[in-house]
Design a protein around this ligand. Structure first.
Ligand SMILES: Cc1cc2nc3c(=O)[nH]c(=O)nc-3n(C[C@H](O)[C@H](O)[C@H](O)COP(=O)(O)OP(=O)(O)OC[C@H]3O[C@@H](n4cnc5c(N)ncnc54)[C@H](O)[C@@H]3O)c2cc1C
Length: 387
């Protein structure tokens, strides 16, 4: 057993802390309120080599692993900066392209993306299918010459307006025509400037700089050069994304939980009612201490998941548990912090209540609590399949 970090890993944590101190929570919230993408922060991450942290160096990336990506995410979130773009861009899109893209695709897309010049988002969710991604209907119809026509729609796609490309999950064979329900999916790199794409903004009540969108496709042309991996085999390669996504989101939850608790401790030591700091009242202190314990337990499981992933060990169990418990622990931590701040929690000045919508979102998205529990019940514990 070894719980220590390498010098490089410590350097990444220090970097994440410094970056998120420079581009701090106030900066981030200003962008959230204006719905404007934090370009300076993104460019700084790019200039310092952290956007494609897991992308091999030959394509302009950092050549590091999931542990490093998790530590960067955790360190930034510890300061109140959970970047959705790092999840949908770096984790869901760039890592995926670096793993499954052709040599030509990697050379064409990755250096620009790692340098912050081009941004990616990731589009799988559809209104009618929801959690049941097998039932997505967006169809990239093969035209017989290696080309496709894309028709259908996506919903809740993060950062469409600030992105140049979307990784789109589509069916190339409709559900009714496949032998196995996971057959017939294909992943495409879609240039968002192509004709036939309509974008409609969805207003959400979560203060984040990255906005959410519906995408509508009307006969959008796609070529063989846009296909990631094999035509019809997209679901298999989609599985590679699941654990990294869960690990990065769990790291955000851990960090935001710590951020809220740190603010609460500062406040509980300063604010005095009934002639003593409120932190001296056990009714204030114990919920914070319990929440801190849960957050650090979530951190351990998240670190284990990243370690399993990087060391080629099965990572599903730890990743699903980390995402489940990270979200639950961070919800409880932020709630304890809100209670500690009394009325001030609800003021814009203190900004404590503003943390809650994000951690609460993480119980629902990118994968909901119930799907994680079903995975744990079925795959880890051997209970019958429920859906
Ligand atoms: C702010 C935000 C950003 C997002 N960004 C992206 C993005 O960038 N790209 C993208 O593709 N998608 C994105 N999503 C979509 C997100 O992944 C989905 O909202 C999520 O997967 C749930 O799908 P749904 O909303 O259709 O819920 P539904 O499928 O309608 O489910 C509703 C609820 O039913 C329950 N439920 C569903 N299935 C089961 C089951 N089998 N067993 C038990 N309970 C179940 C869950 O509690 C779930 O919350 C985003 C969503 C939000 C809100």
């Amino acid at each position: 057993m070894d719980f220590s970090f390498t010098d490089d890993q410590r350097m990444i944590m220090d970097y994440g802390t410094r970056l998120a101190t420079r581009y701090d929570r106030k900066y981030w919230m200003r962008h959230a309120e204006q719905h404007s993408f934090p370009r300076e922060l993104w460019q700084q991450l790019a200039d310092d080599g952290f956007i494609g942290i897991t992308v091999p160096e030959e394509y302009g990336g950092g050549g590091a692993g999931m542990i490093e990506e998790m530590l960067l995410t955790e360190a930034m979130s510890n300061q109140g900066i959970p970047m959705l773009q790092l999840v949908v861009g770096s984790t869901m899109s760039l890592t995926h392209l670096a793993t499954h893209g052709t040599e030509e695709q990697k050379r064409h897309y990755l250096p620009d993306a790692c340098a912050g010049r081009k941004l990616f988002c990731f589009a799988i969710t559809e209104a009618d299918a929801g959690t049941n991604s097998i039932k997505i209907k967006t169809l990239a119809k093969p035209e017989g010459n290696g080309n496709f026509r894309l028709n259908g729609s996506k919903t809740f796609i993060t950062a469409v307006d600030s992105s140049d490309y979307a990784i789109v999950v589509a069916r190339t064979t409709p559900f009714d025509d496949v032998e196995r329900k996971t057959d017939g999916f294909t992943l495409f790199i879609l240039d968002l400037a192509k004709p036939g794409i309509e974008k409609r903004r969805i207003e959400v009540s979560v203060p984040v700089p990255e906005s959410q969108w519906q995408l509508f496709f009307d006969d959008v042309p796609l070529g063989p050069e846009d296909v990631i991996g094999e035509v019809g085999d997209g679901f298999r390669i989609l599985f590679d994304l699941l654990n990294p996504e869960r690990i990065v989101v769990a790291a955000q939850c851990v960090g935001l939980g710590r951020y809220a608790l740190d603010r609460a401790v500062e406040y509980a030591n300063e604010r005095s009612v009934f002639d003593r700091p409120i932190g001296a009242h056990q009714g204030v202190q114990h919920p914070l201490a319990a929440a801190k314990t849960e957050i650090e337990m979530a951190a351990l499981m998240t670190h284990k998941a990243a370690w399993c992933f990087d060391n080629g060990e099965p990572a599903g169990e730890a990743s699903n548990m980390a995402k489940y418990f990270g979200a639950e622990a961070s919800i409880r931590a932020v709630d304890a912090a809100i209670q500690c701040f009394g009325g001030n929690a609800f003021t814009k000045d203190y900004g404590i209540f503003d943390i809650y919508p994000y951690v609460r979102l993480m119980r629902t998205a990118p994968v909901n609590r119930e799907v994680l529990l079903s995975y744990i019940g079925e795959k880890v514990m051997g209970l019958p399949r429920s859906y």
